[in-house]
Design a protein around this ligand. Structure first.
Ligand code: NDP
Length: 299
């Protein structure tokens, strides 16, 4: 039996359309335009692609997009001064500093300089603490996108056994917090976990955020489980060594035969990440203006 494919591309388009609808109403009813500032330091090619895509989708949603491109040798003090300006700019509701930063900068210091209310990546230590204590926060975009897909597919997640493989601050840990917030019984697995196969086989919901191509085979998946594959790994194309292709952390071909539902790579979690960035910017703008937050777009 083949699993239901959770179409992240289609769902992300739906979320973006929802965001655009709210943005149009904010403009019309309140004269407010949500604004997202993206800061890119240096010329990392992958980061440039992400930043371009974020800017394009921000404008398509009807929001204002502010791009700040700084040279790789920009001083940390100059970056902090820019963040201070953006923190105090009322037209900017969301600030995203594209990671990774050049080696001479302290990423934690930079991220924690962002006003937590404008921290649409949800990486500021205050937002991490708020999420951990079940309070209203800005939630990291990738785990938020995973949660939205799970809620859409299952309705509610209460009582389900969830296993998150990976414990990074960006994906694994916030994902686990969100699943706990939705009353799952949560296990976080990592590189030191004993008998990872057995741990994964206990999961009704299996989230893979490891960064190792096709590491989780189908026989680690409980029959009927929902598999969310966060991994994005570029590998050599099996038929054409000159080309590459993207694969997840889960071996899709074997897992799709066992799972009840599964996200593909590409076209699963990836598109949801930028959609959630837009949703977070809208949420931040609504909060900043004392307006009701859009339903279904936050945790
Ligand atoms: P990190 O490298 O920060 O974390 C990887 C985690 O996987 C670590 O906790 C590590 O454990 C664990 N791990 C590594 N090897 C194993 C193993 N053999 N068995 C069990 N656990 C293992 O990665 P990220 O969380 O940043 O990203 C994970 C993946 O998600 C990557 O492929 C990344 O590209 C992708 N990603 C996708 C996004 C999207 O938009 N779709 C956004 C962000 C990331 P330990 O802590 O013990 O070292």
């Amino acid at each position: 039996m083949s699993a239901t494919i959770i179409d992240g591309k289609a769902f992300a388009a739906k979320v973006r359309a929802q965001v655009a609808g709210h943005v149009a109403r904010l403009k019309e009813d309140h004269g407010v335009t949500p604004g997202l500032a993206v800061v890119l330091v240096g010329e990392d090619p992958a980061s440039q692609v992400y930043v371009r895509s974020k800017g394009k989708q921000t404008v398509e949603a009807g929001m204002a997009s502010f791009e700040h491109r700084l040279d790789a040798d920009t001083s940390e003090a100059d970056l902090l001064a820019l963040i201070d300006t953006l923190n105090n700019d009322p037209a900017v509701h969301g600030i995203l500093v594209q990671l990774p930063l050049p080696g001479h900068m302290n990423s934690d210091l930079v991220i924690n300089a962002i006003d937590p209310a404008k921290d649409v990546d949800g990486f500021h230590i205050s937002n991490v603490g708020l999420l951990g204590t079940g309070q209203k926060s800005m939630v990291p975009c990738t785990p938020l996108g995973c949660l939205m897909m799970l809620r859409e597919h299952h309705g509610h997640l209460s009582g389900m056994n969830a296993v998150v493989v990976g414990r990074s601050n960006i994906v694994g840990k916030p994902m686990a917090q969100l699943l706990l917030g939705d009353s799952c019984t949560v296990t976080i697995a990592h590189s030191r976990t004993r008998d990872l196969a057995a741990v994964c086989r206990g999961a009704d919901i299996l989230v893979a955020a490891v960064g190792r191509p096709e590491m989780i085979p189908g026989d680690w998946v409980k029959p009927g489980a929902t598999v969310i594959d966060v991994g994005i790994n570029r590998i050599q194309h099996p038929e054409n060594p000159e080309k590459t292709r993207l694969v997840g952390d889960v071996d899709f071909v074997s897992a799709v035969e066992v799972a009840g539902a599964i996200t593909p790579v590409p076209g699963g979690v990836g598109p949801m990440t930028i959609a959630c960035l837009l949703a977070n910017t809208l949420t931040a703008c609504s909060r900043a203006n004392g307006l009701q937050e859009p339903e279904g777009l936050t945790a």
